[in-house]
Design a protein around this ligand. Sequence first.
Ligand code: NAP
Length: 481
Amino acid sequence: MEKTLQQRKMLLAGEWVTGSQTINVENPQDGEIIAQIPAATKEEALFAIQEGVKGAEIASRLSTFERMSILKKAANWIEERQTLFAETIATEGSKTIREARKEVKRCIETIRISAEETRRIHGETVPFDQMEGNENRVGYYQRFPIGLIVAITPFNDPLNLVAHKVGPAIAAGNAIIVKPATVTPLSALLLAEAFEQAGLPKKVLSVITGNSSEIGDVLVTHPAVRMISFTGGYEAGESIASKAGIKKLGMELGSNSPAIVLRDADIHEAVSSTVSGAFWAVGQNCLGVQRVYIEEEVYSIFEEMFVEKTRNLLIGDKLCEATDMGPLITEKEAIRIENLVLEALENGAELLCGGKRDGAFYTPTVLTNVDPESKIAQEEIFGPVVILDRVKDFSEAIQRSNNVAYGLQAGIFTKNLDNAFKAIRELEFGGIMVNDSSDFRIDAMPFGGMKQSGIGREGVAFSILEMTELKVVCFKLNHGY
Ligand code: NAP
């Protein structure tokens, strides 16, 4: 791939504009500057909102057919340029080229599902005559677009997590302003191009780049914005929620996901699934496996196989086909992970493999004997570190799994149906994966967390519910119905 410095514009209310100030986008692998993007100002954010209100009016007048065909065309445009999208993800972010290709496929899927769900946005009749005295009333409820949405997205899936907001917003007839993570804006800008090429009317979509410290508050607090759809860390989510005022909030936040391995599990399957779940995207994954609770009868064999498989992961150049794991998103993040691990080791944890940093690269790391109340066990690591722990029985595994503030997804490996149903009932997580790790998702399924992992659900049809308002309609007739 040719590596030239690109001056990128942002899509502000239908026009591609440069900025008076710019921000460098770096490849985390070697610090090379790969592009410069506009650093949007507060005034530009305000302009995006003012024009976005007009965009919401335009979007609300698009027919179901028009919205479906725009979404289908956008998906086709991306499909025809899969290589460009994958290379963009793998250059600006942490993902390897293989991981990036998978994200592009999922993005196409997300937008195609959005097109399909557009025709399924409907209401129901309401039997108003169920209450005495209302025999002459008849009516229904119907969903209408919510209006202008602000979407704020993280760095770790820089394309598909943006698609999960833009696709359903357009399907539901809304306008949307996207503020992508400052470190990975290029995939979101390419997505904006796809929608422009697909014929989306101007002002319905803006993708504005720039630091949250400059434009975050304008976007979050403005009363004309009817919904904030946020994906990111708990701290940013809490700050946004405290400032947003009366508007709808969709919060897809972090987690600290467990996997439970019972003695009757297929150990090969469990090892392969949890190693992949722990180290996919360098562990920078909201669904990433952070803690594995293994029944003591199978602990030793599980540990041995898990460490061996982890040691075989190939770290290196993201664009090389053979690479399993690239760098963290920044060297600063790699240092944060290094310090977390060092602190755990000082407090008695045992290092089974990994624990080495080179710039932004950090080797896949397996720990055991970690204090369950320590920072590394309680907080979201968001890096390539996993904790293995033996438990005496299933009840202890469930209790330990629930003993964190987060609750996005959990995995359980067992062949016993009773145990699977006990886990489904008792685990305090938004998704329970039986014989898979927490790191399983398709784009149509309801997705979201309990506790500090968030508010609401994504997954296209579920996002559309969040991005629409109900109106109830009742006719009073002269005669009974
Ligand atoms: P982050 O630091 O929370 O940033 C996410 C986005 O929020 C970025 O665009 C950031 O902009 C913006 N932002 C930060 N503070 C803000 C504020 N006060 N007001 C308005 N916007 C603000 O998260 P990240 O490091 O990019 O991503 C990692 C986190 O996302 C992890 O916790 C992960 O678990 C979570 N995540 C959750 C899901 C899910 O679906 N539940 C999926 C993926 C990731 P700047 O870049 O300009 O600061």
